[in-house]
Design a protein around this ligand. Structure first.
Ligand code: PLP
Length: 380
């Protein structure tokens, strides 16, 4: 079980923790010293000697291997993208769907995981949207719209605006029955929860570097299960995405690996940041981070309840995540007031959203409770 000692060690690695109480991982993460140093070394290298591209490529392959380890996947199942949205769009456009086929998505998804699928309507593919619900989304809500012509179901592993861990495994089982792809936006989960796409029945997954991966903006990746690669035909072709030989009968032959989704050089500086942060994440262990986040979450919820702040995100073991939502009147104003007190959180759909990582400690929670009380006193 992770302890306060873990937090102490991690706090020392994140200078932002002495400037503020950071409870906004669901938005973006602070950057550890190791990632900052790695980016600086990369820039110094270019600045002084124009850099060594072979070394950057080695770094990229190191990151690919580390992501594969984190996900319990294979390196050739990982492709680099710019961000989560690009990964989802690449997958949506690569889907072998035709007139009369359909895709299924929930209305309450993040816009970046809703519009790529609605966009398929332009190609005559039906996009079936599950109407927004007040409570948690259930596997049955998806099952009602999935049929033999469903080519993909797109869902988040963790919802950015409800904090619900969605029933991906159950929906994936239904997808398998009808031959549909299960495509997951995992940016609110990777690096926070122990995400193993193979075990969850996920066919493809997209993620960005700015949240649980702790590496800032500028890079993303997608995972595609090896056996599913030939079910996706990329919309773009570049040298990186081609097989050997690259052409057959004058037509493009895509790589047999997830590299088929890659378009040109990646953001090499982000690779330096990611290599450093993935090192920290793997050293701590995904399961250990998940346990720490839940332990912290339990404590946050207990302290909020005692202080009279209603938590509305799920608490059940199957549905909880690292995101805690509070029904706080005028959440935007609460966020501004917390910020003045150097506590960083965000407001989403009128709720106050908190998300922690190993660099948070119990003192952060007490500071939050105190700041919320101060805000309440000032507002009344
Ligand atoms: C569920 C979800 N998907 C996607 C994104 C962001 O997408 P991108 O990485 O493309 O900026 C966010 C948050 O910023 C999110 O919460």
């Amino acid at each position: 079980m992770p302890s306060e000692a873990d937090s102490l060690e991690w706090r020392a690695m994140f200078p932002a923790t002495s400037a503020c109480v950071h409870l906004d991982l669901a938005n973006k993460a602070p950057m550890p010293i190791a990632a900052y140093d790695a980016c600086r070394a990369y820039l110094d290298d270019i600045h002084r000697s124009i850099g060594d591209k072979d070394r950057w490529k080695e770094k990229t392959e190191s990151v690919r291997a580390k992501i594969a380890t984190l996900l319990d996947a294979r390196a050739d199942e990982i492709a680099f993208t710019r961000n989560t949205s690009e990964g989802l769009n690449i997958l949506a456009q690569a889907l072998q769907a035709q007139l009369g086929d359909n895709v299924v998505v929930y209305e309450g998804e993040h816009p970046n995981n809703l519009y790529p699928w609605i966009n398929l309507r332009r190609r005559g593919i039906e996009c079936r949207v599950i109407a927004r619900k007040a409570g948690p989304v259930a596997a049955e809500d998806y099952a009602m719209l999935i049929d033999a012509r469903t080519r993909a179901v797109a869902m988040s592993l963790v919802s950015y605006n409800t904090g619900q861990r969605l029933p991906v495994e159950a929906v994936a089982a239904r997808c398998r029955e009808v031959g549909s792809m299960m495509i997951v936006d995992a940016v609110q989960a990777v690096g926070v929860l122990d995400v193993r796409p193979g075990m969850l029945g996920i066919d493809a997954l997209a993620c960005g570097s700015q949240k649980g991966l702790l590496a800032g903006y500028g890079c993303g990746f997608l995972y595609c299960r090896g056996e599913r690669l030939d079910r996706f035909t990329p919309a773009y072709a570049a040298r990186a995405s081609l097989g050997v030989p690259p052409l057959q009968d004058g037509m493009i032959r895509f790589a047999a690996t997830a590299a088929r989704f890659e378009i040109g050089n990646p953001n090499y500086m982000a690779m330096y940041a990611l290599d450093a942060t993935l090192g920290l994440i793997l050293q701590a262990g995904a399961a250990r981070i998940e346990a720490a986040v839940h332990r912290r979450g339990d404590r946050v919820r207990a302290r909020l309840a005692a202080a009279g702040w209603p938590v509305v995100s799920p608490i059940g073991p199957m549905e909880r995540s690292g995101i805690i939502l509070i029904d706080a009147p005028e959440a935007e104003r609460v966020v501004a007031s917390l910020k003045q007190q150097r506590i960083i959180a965000s407001a989403v759909d009128g709720k106050l959203r908190l998300a922690s990582h190993l660099y948070n400690d119990d003192a952060d929670i007490e500071a939050l409770i105190e700041a919320l009380s101060r805000h309440r006193r000032a507002a009344s």
